[in-house]
Ligand binder design. Sequence first.
Ligand code: RB5
Length: 144
Amino acid sequence: MSNTSVAIASDHAGYPLKAELVAALGELGYTALDLGADGAESVDYPDYGQAVADAVAGGRAALGVIVCGTGLGIAMAANRVAGIRAAPCWNTTAARLARQHNDANVLALGARLVGSEVARDCLAVFLETAFEGGRHQRRVAKLG
Ligand code: RB5
């Protein structure tokens, strides 16, 4: 991946895990574009899902990572932005297939559903796995 910027954001429920994933991105050789939240104060997850989606759709980042309590609400928000395919993932198989088959460009994680080790593994797999194209290209095109 030539653009190694990864946009990342969370709501308050995802903030501690997001902080861990920002560090993990650095360890993996990526530049984290941290779009908040900046603490445990209660915020609204749609604002943060949209911020990451806008960064990816606008080319400021190659991929995105979003975290809320479940990974669901923030993924719904991100998926309202054209060109975004945000995939809630709960294990490395989901993360791998989201890239290989769906060309997902945003990884959504639920801090109340997955532990930090699983989340870090999902992140690494998501970043290192390429889209397979082929028959999946036609299907992904229909999502547009
Ligand atoms: C916040 O309490 C919680 O609703 C949010 O983090 C997320 O789980 C929503 O989908």
